[in-house]
Design a protein around this ligand. Structure first.
Ligand code: DOR
Ligand code: ZN
Length: 404
């Protein structure tokens, strides 16, 4: 049995000292103080103990691009980042547009994943925006559909996918990008506006990935105000803390790109006013060789799974911009509810998916410590609070900070 001793959990939006006892894969007791009775004791002093986080937007690259990341390395990095669950995007080879292809990914997950991985199925065959994926047969095997990496610009196809999503109670996660305006702000918000209208008409659950422009947030805010609760959105840490004037090298290149300071402030505003439902890293590993190309030829994407929680904790929770409850909603409970995922939490009887993050001692993120196979992070050298001390998944320790 594992005893998490002297940590603080969130109760009524405040930190309260509690001990937590785990037996096999379950939390069996949470109390003010639990005596050590020959348990394996984990010292959680100075930490916030919370349910393992959920990242609904990661690229694990396997099968197909194992030189960038694998399910083993990606989930180890996620465990280090404080996650119990990640949802893996389908820009893979083979692409999970049918059951056979999905099975190939599922077999590797079964063999190698150290935390839960729930794969997306693609919306279209090979994400080519031409032919619909085999959604009927995939519907009971995935929680969500996405063509992430590309926008769906074939409106007829998108409407069909939405109708099937509505029929099977799946959510579509949209990489909203209009093919005319592409990376420009309008590339995002023109697609967002069009897709909101379509999703309202069909009535399906529709989630916007990595939102980054003022106009996108205005459109989503308006839809929510008018009662369309099926429309949700996520933001990524980099769009909250970086803008286009800070770009130093290809480790600042991603899609959507870093934008103007005005757009960054609007992203923060949407986070603070509740327009944003979910935080997601868009963890997108690429090799050194690829990122060493000249800027225009380097691929889009940065790794982010190891730094998301520290960036958000340090910049928003520690500074009292967002509450502890909101922090947990953005990282755990909203993704769980919106994507209809299996439930867990900090309560007796729950599956033991628990993390302890150090909120007292700052740590400087270094390249050496990165567990992802790729190192393309603009946050190397930055100092944050909130790095993981322990990650317990299904009652097993899947990460512990070096030296602990
Ligand atoms: O920066 C990005 N990288 N944005 C995407 O939409 C795709 C991702 C990738 O797969 O590398
Ligand atoms: Zn995307």
């Amino acid at each position: 049995m594992i005893l998490l001793k002297n940590g603080s959990i969130v109760l009524n939006n405040k930190l309260v000292k509690k001990d937590i006892l785990i037996d096999k894969d379950l939390i069996i007791k949470i109390d003010d103080s639990i005596d050590n009775n020959n348990y394996e004791v984990l010292d959680c002093k100075n930490t916030l103990v919370m349910p393992g986080a959920i990242d609904v937007h990661v690229h694990l690259r396997e099968p197909g691009f194992e030189n960038k990341e694998t399910i083993l390395t990606g989930t180890k990095a996620a465990a280090k980042g404080g996650f119990s669950v990640v949802m893996s995007m389908p820009n893979l080879k083979p692409c999970p547009h049918n059951v056979d292809n999905l099975r190939k990914q599922e077999e590797i997950i079964k063999r190698d994943a150290v935390i839960n991985v729930y794969p997306y199925a693609s919306v279209s065959v090979n994400e080519e925006d031409k032919e619909l994926s085999d959604i009927d047969l995939l519907s009971d095997k995935v929680y969500a559909l996405s063509d992430d990496g590309r926008g769906v610009n074939n409106i007829e196809l998108l409407e069909k996918a939405m109708k099937l999503a509505e029929k099977y109670n799946l959510i579509i996660a949209s990489h909203a990008e209009d093919s005319v305006y592409k990376y420009a702000p309008a590339g995002e918000y023109v697609a967002v506006r069009r897709e909101i209208e379509l999703a309202k008409k069909v009535g399906c659950k529709y989630h916007f990935c990595h939102m980054s422009t003022k106009e996108s947030f205005e459109a989503i805010r308006e839809a929510k105000k008018n009662g369309y609760n099926n429309i949700t959105c996520e933001v990524a840490p980099h769009h909250l803390v970086l803008n286009e004037t800070m770009i130093k090298n290809t480790n600042y290149k991603m899609n959507p790109p870093l934008r103007s300071e005005e757009n960054r402030l609007e992203t923060i505003k949407a986070l603070l006013d509740g327009t944003v439902d979910v935080l997601a890293s868009d963890h997108a590993p690429h090799t050194k060789e690829e990122k060493n190309r000249e800027y225009d030829k380097a691929p889009n994407g940065i790794i982010g799974i190891e730094t998301m929680i520290p960036i958000i904790y340090t910049n928003f929770v520690r500074n009292n911009l967002i509450s502890l409850d909101r922090f947990l909603d953005l990282l755990v409970y909203n993704p769980m509810r919106i994507f209809n995922l299996p439930k867990y939490g900090l309560y007796e009887g729950s599956v033991a998916n628990v993390i302890a993050i150090d909120i007292t001692n700052p740590h400087t993120y270094s390249e050496d410590e990165i567990l992802s196979k790729s190192k393309n992070s603009p946050f190397i050298g930055q100092t944050y609070y909130g790095f993981t001390k322990y990650n317990i998944f299904n009652g097993k320790i899947v990460y512990r900070k070096e030296g602990e």
